[in-house]
Design a protein. Structure first.
Length: 114
């Protein structure tokens, strides 16, 4: 009986951790605005939005969002006006007593074509 209680608590913790994971949408708003004029490629960028979960289930900080990851990617190169060839991915890292979930946006940044 004494060994049954820790096993049940551990199982409950794992089940709860699995239930608290959510998936992001694979779509995002357009980063291009009509009328911006000619543009040129500035380079590859990557943006992240992450959240840590203490004990695999208790959220710490703001939740990870695709929108924050896009804004982070756009801030990597100065004068970025929009992103093309965008891919969105999830990464989950597990450590002792915590997990970290990140939404990662990889794209090519475009800016003024002067």
């Amino acid at each position: 009986m004494k060994t049954m209680i820790p096993v049940l608590l551990y199982t409950l913790l794992l089940v709860q951790a699995g239930c608290t994971q959510n998936m992001h949408g694979s779509f995002t708003q357009s980063t291009y605005r009509i009328g911006q004029g000619p543009a040129r490629a500035l380079g590859k960028v990557e943006g992240r939005s992450c959240q840590t979960r203490v004990l695999y289930s208790l959220p710490k900080g703001e939740r990870a969002t695709t929108d924050r990851a896009v804004h982070d990617a756009m801030s990597q190169i100065p004068n970025t006006e929009f992103l093309v060839d965008m891919s969105i991915d999830d990464e989950v890292y597990f450590g002792v007593g915590y997990s970290r979930r990140c939404i990662v946006v990889a794209a090519t940044a475009y800016g003024p074509g002067d």
